[in-house]
Design a protein around this ligand. Structure first.
Ligand code: NDP
Length: 405
C-alpha cells in the first residue's frame, strides 16, 4: 500500500490515474497534480463515477522545483509519476532528490529551445539518487518502456545473445480528423521531424528525415493491422538499449505514417508552422509550434470516435544454443476498447498502463534499487505478467518475415 503523486493531467495522466484507481490494494492514496487544476478535477470526477474511488488534486507548475518540493512535502508520496512533458524531467528529479522520494517518467528530458533529446542529462543524476538511496526509473511508457522490457525478456529467456533489434510501432487507427497527433502535438512533431539515426556496429548512422523523398521506409505486414508503410525514425530507447544489450550489432526503430499525415506535416513544415523559435507577430512573441498546438485537436479528446488498433512490438534476432533464432513479441491494443474502459485512445492507453505497472512494481518493492535505471536493467518477468493482467496482453511468435538488411 502506498501513496502516489501523478504529475500531468493530459492523455497519459488520465490513463495512469484511472489505472492506479483500479488497484486500491497498491495505490491507497492518489494525487493528480498539473498546471491546470480543472483538468485534474474532471479526471477526479470520472474516477469517482467509474471506480468509486476518491483521489486528491492539486495545481502545480512543475517547471518550478520549489513548488514541486512544497507539494511533495504536503502530500508525502512514496513515488512521483511524471507524465507531464519532457521539459519538466529535470526540475521534477531535483524536487524528488530534495524531498527524498522515488521518481519515474515516460519520456527523456528535452530542452525547450532545442529539439533534441538524449539520456545524458538524466543519467547525470545517477550518483545523487544512489547516495540518497532513491530510485529513478526512466522511460516507462510503451516505447520507450515496454519495448525495452521485451528486449530484457528476450535476453533473459529466449536468446543467448541478441544481435539485431527492430522496434516496429504501428498505429492503424482512424480518429476522423484531417490531421491530429496522438500525444502532445509539440513533442510529437519535434520528435518526428528531427534527424533520423539508428545504431550499427558501435556507430550512429544518419539517414534522411521522414519528410525527405529519400527517407528509408518499407512495408511491414503487421499482425491484425496488415501491411503498412513503416519509416525509419530515431527514438530514445535506441540510446539505452545500444548500451545495455550484450552482443548487439544493430538496433532500429520504425513507425508507420499515412500519406495524409506526411502531406500535412510537410506543408506545415514548409510554411514554418513547426518552428520552435519565437517570431514577432504584431508586436507579440509567438512560437509557431505552440500556436499550432492550440489549433490542433487535444490528443486526450481523440478517443471519442477512434477505431482501429495499435500494434507495437520488437523483432529480435540472435543466437540460441548456437543456432539463429528470430522472435517477435508484440501487443495489439484497440482504440475503442480503451475508450470504453477509461475514456482514452490507445496511444495514451499503451503509455499510461506501463507507467502504472512500473509504479505498482516500485511501490510493492518488486522493482527496487538506488540510482537511475532504464527499464531493460530491471527484472522483466513481473512486468510481463502484469501487462497480461492489466490490459496490454502480448504475444510471442517465431519471426519468419523479412526486414530490410
Ligand atoms: P499532454 O500534452 O496531453 O499532457 C501533458 C500534461 O502535462 C498536461 O496536463 C499539461 O498541463 C501538463 N504540464 C505541462 N507543463 C506543465 C508544468 N510546467 N507543470 C505542471 N504540469 C504541466 O501530453 P500526453 O499526456 O500526451 O503525454 C505525456 C507524456 O507522455 C509526454 O512526456 C510524452 O512525451 C510521453 N509519452 C510517452 C510515450 C511512450 O510510449 N513512452 C508515448 C506517448 C507519450 P496543461 O493542461 O496545463 O497544458
Amino acid at each position: 500500500m502506498g501513496r502516489v503523486l501523478i504529475l500531468g493531467a493530459g492523455g497519459v495522466g488520465r490513463v495512469v490515474a484511472h489505472k492506479c484507481a483500479q488497484h486500491p490494494d497498491v495505490f491507497a492514496n492518489i494525487m493528480l497534480a498539473s498546471r491546470t487544476k480543472s483538468k485534474c478535477d474532471e479526471i477526479r470526477r470520472e474516477i469517482k463515477e467509474r471506480a468509486g474511488i476518491e483521489i486528491e488534486t492539486a495545481e502545480v507548475d512543475a517547471d518550478k522545483t520549489g513548488e514541486m518540493v512544497a507539494l511533495i512535502r504536503r502530500f508525502k508520496p512514496d513515488l512521483v509519476v511524471n507524465v507531464a512533458l519532457p521539459y519538466q524531467d529535470l526540475t521534477v528529479m531535483d524536487a524528488c532528490l530534495e524531498a527524498g522520494v522515488n521518481y519515474m517518467d515516460t519520456a527523456n528530458y528535452e530542452p525547450k529551445d532545442v529539439a533534441h533529446f538524449e539520456y545524458s542529462w538524466q543519467w547525470a543524476y545517477q550518483e545523487r539518487f544512489r547516495e540518497k538511496g532513491l530510485m529513478a526509473v526512466l522511460g516507462c511508457g510503451f516505447d520507450p518502456g515496454v519495448s525495452n522490457i521485451f528486449c530484457a525478456y528476450a535476453q533473459k529467456h529466449l536468446l543467448d545473445e541478441i544481435n539485431y533489434i527492430d522496434i516496429l510501432d504501428c498505429n492503424a487507427g482512424s480518429h476522423g480528423h484531417a490531421f491530429a497527433t496522438n500525444f502532445n502535438p509539440e513533442i510529437n512533431i519535434r520528435e518526428v521531424t528531427q534527424e533520423v539515426r539508428h545504431w550499427e556496429n558501435g556507430k550512429w548512422i544518419s539517414t534522411p528525415v521522414i519528410l525527405d523523398q529519400k527517407s528509408v521506409h518499407f512495408t511491414f505486414d503487421y499482425p491484425v493491422a496488415g501491411p503498412k508503410e513503416s519509416y525509419l525514425l530515431y527514438h530514445e530507447e535506441l540510446e539505452s538499449l545500444a548500451k545495455n544489450i550484450k552482443g548487439l550489432k544493430r538496433i532500429r526503430f520504425w513507425m508507420t505514417f499515412s500519406d495524409n499525415y506526411l502531406t500535412h506535416l510537410r506543408v506545415l513544415q514548409n510554411v514554418g508552422m513547426t518552428r520552435i523559435d519565437e517570431v514577432d507577430y504584431e508586436g507579440k512573441k509567438v512560437v509557431p509550434i505552440k500556436f499550432l498546438k492550440a489549433l490542433l485537436p487535444d490528443p486526450a479528446t481523440l478517443g471519442t470516435n477512434y477505431t482501429g488498433k495499435t500494434v507495437i512490438g520488437n523483432v529480435m534476432r540472435g543466437k540460441k544454443d548456437g543456432k539463429e533464432r528470430s522472435v517477435y513479441i508484440y501487443n495489439v491494443c484497440d482504440h475503442a476498447d480503451a475508450y470504453r474502459e477509461i475514456g482514452a485512445q490507445a496511444v495514451s492507453y499503451t503509455t499510461g498502463v506501463p507507467a502504472m505497472i512500473c509504479a505498482m512494481l516500485m511501490l510493492r518493492g518488486v522493482w527496487k534499487g538506488a540510482g537511475v535505471f532504464n527499464t531493460e536493467q530491471l527484472d522483466p518477468d513481473p512486468f510481463m505478467e502484469e501487462l497480461n493482467r492489466c490490459g496490454l496482453p502480448w504475444k510471442q511468435v517465431e519471426f519468419e518475415g523479412r526486414l530490410p538488411e
